[in-house]
Design a protein around this ligand. Sequence first.
Ligand code: NAD
Length: 368
Amino acid sequence: MKIAILPGDGIGTEIMAEAVKVLNALDLKFETETALVGGAAYDAHGHPLPEATLNLAKAADAVLFGAVGDWKYDKLERQYRPEQAILGLRKHLGLFANFRPAICYEQLTHASSLKPELVAGLDILIIRELTGDIYFGQPRGRRMAVDGHFPGAEEAFDTMRYSKPEIERIAHVAFQAARKRNKKVTSVDKANVLETFQFWKDVVTEVHAQYPDVTLEHMYVDNAAMQLVKAPKAFDVVVTGNMFGDILSDEAAMLTGSIGMLPSASLDKANKGLYEPSHGSAPDIAGKGVANPLATILSAAMMLRFSLNQPQAADRIESAVKAVLSAGLRTGDIWSEGTTKVGTREMGDAVVAAIVGKPAGKTITTKT
Ligand code: NAD
């Protein structure tokens, strides 16, 4: 097994160090190779996704990614901005299915902005299509309007489009994922207004015929946004397009209290994938040693389960994270009265200690 390690920028390097430490504690046989990506790669090589980094990602069995970006790159031409590295990796690796589980650990129910009874035990999975929709549809650009309400005025436009095979493959992914869970898929669309999403709904319904054991419901995106905060536990697997998925997955993330807890996976058709925390590079806390590394550590667990066929090792990591939370250890983003505040490194050390069988709390030396 070869894992490409791409720490990136900001807190990326800090949280990745902890995830690698956790992987090394598992006594599995794998090789890792680290490369620059994002702003760090731009600074060193003039491009956010240098060829060597892309080749490493292509050759590896899985990619573990930290986070990229910093305000200081905001003035760069779009193609050189750190975030372009993620889009480039998705495109070149053929990653079309983004898995974003939103799990509310019972120890963290109070960290959610919703009432504890609404989120306690929450375990839903948002599956976002990654390669199509208005984000990539052509044509797009700026021009002088020839029609519309203001002919002759400057305007900008994007194109929303989905092909049948694109919808079919993500629908199959969603139904198969639901089979391993509570056997319910909610397909989110805007079929009442958009032709693209009437087509989406028709194709998902067609694919559903192959999965009679899974329940399918359709929901308009505005209602889904509402239901996610009203009764989130009513969902199991949510499947939707690129833009709606982008927005709903962040909404779902906040149900769980902190984005610092949420892993994600982006998979290709053979389940090779890129695994990363759902959050960004958090420049506001970078270098301070306070970032929560658990989203990255849990991303490593997803990598072991989905791409490297090591479900038991994944279970060990997830149990260790629960043990550490039960022992009352918290980084600042999830801290509350009565728990022990720890830094990034101490949190990683505690997860390692739980994996190798030492009581989590005992390894901690720094308390604030
Ligand atoms: P962000 O996710 O980096 O930060 C949002 C807030 O959450 C900040 O207050 C931050 O301190 C906090 N936060 C994030 N991760 C945390 C963690 N692990 N522990 C504790 N607190 C955490 O989003 P942003 O501030 O909008 O963006 C910062 C940079 O990251 C931008 O350059 C953006 O483009 C980039 N970004 C990258 C990715 C990615 O690499 N996949 C995703 C989103 C944003």
